[in-house]
Design a protein around this ligand. Structure first.
Ligand SMILES: *Cc1c(COP(=O)(O)O)cnc(C)c1O
Length: 407
């Protein structure tokens, strides 16, 4: 099957449905799913060359698999990076990045607002192997600059952050990293390349949890690391082969097909989220709404410029309460009064999800740490899906309008 070569300058929406490996001899229109652990070699000579990396060709699915390659090529095209490597989860992508780039005695600067498991992985697990880390404010560039040490190799940010949607200035952080001879990695889960392409702003590495918006329908766990061909070949592929952080072909296929609708989903879910956030700001029992698309957001202008004018689909808000015990009671009442929203800490689904961060995603840190992070007992996070937003407003009204009876 000869493949028609794609033109060079295609738009993101076209790349999202068209980039993939060559079709098989059957000429299937949808991408094939290659469920095979190994690949038959044409002859012993060829097998030797392929295992030595001297000849192109698939050998074993822990290393590469055509379905995984399709997913990698498509995501790299969307992020605007030379290459991408698929991993078994978002956390596996961060593990791969740290294993490939860091050794004992190296130093990482990380936003204190990144995903909780990321903090535990870098400070705890890599700390055990002698990697040093400093955690700084997501939004204060001066803190990042002051944390630089001679052994700093990597800066790591996630924007917007979870659950407070703090936005960091990717270009400013890239400048801080590069002035120190370090690399900047950005976890792009919340925006996805449909809204934000950190490489265009100077980031060196992009982390993805494919579990979130790339799949977009809550079906699989998957991850990816996007960067230069050189870093993938020299730093990450050797770790991948040995450590086996491999993405399964089936999960790669689900994510590959998910990406075809990524940009229309991100647009529709962002529009829904803005409508919900605007409505929430007008609700009497709502104290504060956190959403980058609102003019009241502290980094609204930066977010609009960095995120293609859209706020993303995650909205958080504080419920008005006298003290933390009452706040928790109120929030549980609002959550339990919903019947459309799913009570789950996951996000990036077409189904709207609702969660109480203080007792779920951020339940394992101390109350003092939560206070410092601004994640109070009164905070609710909604990851807005594709339902009609009027139904979601009504779903939240049931609880919000009956709080007086609880006081
Ligand atoms: C979920 C998530 C991760 C981890 O991804 P998994 O696929 O669950 O391993 C990392 N970063 C962010 C921002 C996430 O939301």
């Amino acid at each position: 099957m000869t493949k028609k070569k794609l033109p060079d300058s295609l738009h993101l929406d076209t790349l999202a449905v068209r980039v993939a490996v060559e079709k098989s001899q059957f000429g299937e229109n949808s991408e094939a799913l290659y469920l095979t652990s190994s690949f038959v070699q044409p002859n012993a000579e060829s097998a030797a060359r392929r295992f030595a990396g001297e000849e192109e060709g698939y050998t074993y699915s822990r290393f590469t698999n055509p379905t995984v390659t399709s997913m990698e090529q498509r995501l790299a095209a969307l992020e605007g990076t030379e290459a991408c490597i698929g991993t078994s989860s978002g956390m596996a992508a961060i593990t791969l990045m740290c294993m490939g780039l860091l050794k004992a005695g190296d130093h990482v600067i990380c936003s204190q607002s990144v995903f909780g498991s990321t903090i535990r992985l870098i400070a705890g697990e890599f700390g055990k192997f002698g990697v040093q880390s400093t955690f700084v404010s997501q939004t204060d560039v001066a803190q990042w600059r002051e944390a630089i040490q001679p052994n700093t190799r990597l800066l790591f940010a996630e924007t917007p952050s979870n659950p407070l949607t703090e936005v960091c200035d990717i270009k400013a952080l890239a400048d801080v990293a590069h002035a120190a001879g370090a690399l900047l990695a950005v976890d792009n889960c919340f925006c996805s390349p449909a809204l934000q392409r950190p490489v265009k702003l100077g980031a060196d590495l992009i982390i993805h949890s494919g579990t979130k918006y790339l799949d977009g329908q809550g079906r699989v766990i998957a991850g990816a690391l996007c960067t230069t061909r050189k870093l993938i070949d020299e730093k990450f592929m050797p770790v991948m082969r040995s450590a086996g952080l491999t993405l399964s072909a089936f999960n790669a296929w689900v994510v590959l097909k998910g990406m075809e609708t990524l940009s229309i989903r991100m647009k529709a879910q962002s529009d829904n989220a803005l409508a919900l956030a605007t409505w929430l700001e007008a609700q009497p029992r709502v104290k504060r709404v956190y959403y980058p698309g609102l003019a009241s957001h502290p980094q609204h202008a930066l977010a609009m410029q960095q995120q293609s004018g859209l706020g993303g689909a995650v909205v958080s808000f504080d419920v008005e309460a006298a003290e933390p015990v009452q706040a928790r009671k109120f929030v549980f009442h609002v959550i339990d009064s919903t019947s459309v929203c799913s009570i789950t800490a996951n996000l990036g689904d077409t189904k709207t999800t609702i969660t109480h961060p203080a007792s779920t995603s951020h339940g394992r840190i101390t109350e003092a740490q939560r206070q410092a992070a601004g994640i109070g007992q009164g905070l609710i996070r909604v990851a807005v899906g594709l339902e009609n937003i009027e139904d979601i407003k009504l779903d939240l009204t049931h609880g919000l309008s009956t709080l007086d009876s609880m006081a």
